[in-house]
Write a protein that binds this ligand. Structure first.
Ligand SMILES: Nc1ncnc2c1ncn2[C@@H]1O[C@H](COP(=O)(O)OP(=O)(O)OP(=O)(O)O)[C@@H](O)[C@H]1O
Length: 572
């Protein structure tokens, strides 16, 4: 076998078209399939990148990683390129296509440029950019700054070279750069979020007009009504204590002027909400109009052209409903939830709320959200030590992995990657607890995009214990549908079918002693274009059904097909 080495080298710093060399004893025969794609990041210039159509998504992400972008996410044609083993051509990416690059805001640095004449220029810039790039941006924005050669940028009294990277400056917290344009001017860079403090000179609180009539008193925004209110259609629905307390504490944070902080991670707008003391995060708020491909998405994703979300069978604007549904359906081990009781999988308490708009992302007026308000999911903040992305899976307790597998199978989750499982210690600080978050893509209309990261973890090949098997036995899809209806979500026929089928599969699989891996493998596609076993079974049941067949008969037919299939699955 040849031992070829693939080498990438950026051609130009600001236009990183990569050339590909193959240093081996085989001639490189793929040059004809090399294509040029364009990466579009929010508030950034387009980055051309030469790739192979046969290149894996993982390999493309690795190249992007070289431009100092950590954990990049790619979106093409309204779909997230989530399967790392799939190829660019599997997703239909061809020459000249534009891919949207979703980068973490912490890969961006805030640069605040002040001139001596008092003008201020704000930039969000990738770490990989250099001072020369800042100058170019200034030249575009400032009418007296058109000749970049006149600019001198000085940091801590030292003039910076045009090639100096922002990333290098960021290592020093609170670095101050002086920008000289004939006369001195100041640039203050303050890196963003966790590792850096953000300095904003503009007033934080915008005065609103209209129904809310807030008053600003000594820097605090006062408001007559609660700042956050539950969205409840039906007055009969009583809020549990845990949800009431969640809403109350996040609301009191806003009332005290502790503004929401946008998360650096994720594809949608997700905001950390503080309590009244301003010392603690208590909730995460995700507004529906900031979901991926919605009007006000802050990550630069384009609008969905057919209303479908980033994952097949989901809808833009329904992510918050799905988040809430995952909490409602995460029944405790005892069955019915009694107030504060945690669910079997431990989905953090989540509710649909109205939130007074205190500086969320609003670029477009949005007809389904009233002026001055945002609607979205409010989820309890979980103190954590990172996510499952940060460590190897072997250390995760088996039961913790199994509880998440049960939730994901039931809800046909289309977005279970390791970053969506937080890790924390139990109260005694002894045991590792996994906390599932981010359920905006559960209960899709079909099974096409189901992906479960835990499928590749060793715990998934172990059998469920008795406690879990008894929990699964007690599940009832009909009751779940009724429960969601009670809380205001009338599932569509397609999503109802998904819930019935996945619950049926979980129950039948567990009854036969199948492992989470066995059952999960039936639900997930091996490759993007190859139907999963469950999709094949559904197709067979559809083919067998006569026109006008009722849903009940369809499910009976599917049940028989499933029995036949599962009886053939080898029990290890
Ligand atoms: N309940 C929670 N407690 C603590 N942190 C949370 C919680 N929910 C979300 N986060 C954090 O907020 C950030 C953004 O959340 P999340 O990943 O759910 O957003 P998203 O836009 O829906 O993401 P994705 O792109 O994975 O679909 C992440 O860093 C996540 O760890």
């Amino acid at each position: 076998m040849s031992s070829g080495v693939l080498t990438l080298s950026p051609v130009r710093e600001d236009s990183p078209v990569s050339t590909v060399r193959f240093d081996g004893n085989r001639s490189w025969h793929c040059s004809q399939e090399s294509i040029l794609i364009y990466l579009q990041a929010p508030q950034s210039s387009v980055i051309p990148l030469r790739v192979l159509e046969s290149e894996s998504i993982a390999s493309v992400k690795l190249r992007i990683h070289k431009f100092a972008v950590k954990k990049p996410k790619l979106v093409f044609g309204g779909r997230e390129l989530a399967r790392n083993n799939s190829l660019l051509r599997d997703y239909g990416v061809g020459d000249g296509n534009v891919l949207h690059l979703v980068i973490r805001f912490s890969d961006l640095r805030y640069i605040i440029v002040r001139t001596v004449s008092g003008e201020t220029y704000n930039f969000k810039v990738e770490r990989s950019r250099n001072i020369g790039y800042i100058k170019q941006q200034l030249a575009k924005r400032g009418k007296d700054l058109s000749d970049v050669h006149d600019h001198k940028i000085i940091c801590d009294g030292e003039e910076l070279d045009d090639h100096q990277l922002i990333d290098d400056l960021s290592r020093e917290n609170d670095a101050v750069i002086h920008l000289l344009i004939r006369k001195c001017a100041k640039v203050r860079t303050k890196p963003f979020e966790k590792d850096f403090e953000l300095s904003i000179d503009a007033p934080l609180v915008k005065e609103k007009d209209g129904v809310c009539d807030p008053q600003i008193v000594a820097g605090t925004l006062l408001y007559k009504d609660p700042w956050i209110k539950p969205v409840i259609d039906d007055r009969k629905v009583e809020l549990s204590r845990v949800i009431s307390e969640l809403i109350r504490s996040a609301s009191s944070g806003l009332e005290k002027g502790n503004l929401p902080m946008m998360s650096s991670e994720g594809t949608g707008g997700a905001y950390f909400m503080q309590d009244g003391s301003g010392q603690k995060y208590v909730a995460i708020f995700k507004p529906i109009d900031e979901e991926p491909m919605a009007e006000n998405n802050p990550r630069g994703l384009p609008l969905s052209d057919n209303g479908e979300g980033l994952k097949k069978g989901t809808r833009v604007g329904e992510g918050a409903l799905r988040e809430v549904a995952a909490y409602i359906l995460d029944h405790p081990i005892s069955g019915k939830r009694l107030d504060d009781e945690a669910g079997f999988a431990g989905v953090p308490p989540t509710a649909m709320v109205w939130c007074f708009d205190t500086g969320f992302h609003n670029s477009e007026p949005c007809d389904y959200v009233p002026k001055n308000f945002k609607i979205g999911s409010l989820q309890a903040f979980v103190e954590n030590n990172g996510s499952c992305e940060d460590m190897g899976p072997r250390v995760f307790p088996v039961q913790e992995v199994h509880k998440i597998s049960v939730l994901d199978i039931r809800l046909a989750n289309a977005d279970r990657h390791a970053g969506n499982i937080l890790i924390r210690k139990n109260e005694e600080g002894e045991q590792m607890v996994l906390v599932p978050i981010d359920h905006g893509y559960c209960l899709p209309e079909n099974f096409e995009d189901c992906t479960f990261e835990w499928l590749y973890w060793p715990q998934a090949r172990q059998h469920f214990d008795h406690r879990t098997i008894n929990y699964i036995k007690a599940l009832d899809a009909e009751e779940d549908i009724a429960l969601l209806k009670y809380y205001g979500w009338n599932l569509s026929p397609e999503c109802t079918r998904t819930l019935c089928i996945s619950t049926m599969l979980l129950k039948k699989g567990a009854e036969r002693g199948l492992t989470p891996y066995d059952i999960g493998s039936i639900m997930c596609r091996e490759t993007i274009h190859k139907e999963s076993k469950i999709e094949e079974m559904i197709r067979e049941a559809n083919d067998a059904a006569l026109p006008g067949t009722s849903e009940a008969v369809f499910l009976e037919t599917l049940s028989e097909i499933m029995d036949r299939h599962l009886d053939r699955v080898k029990i290890i």
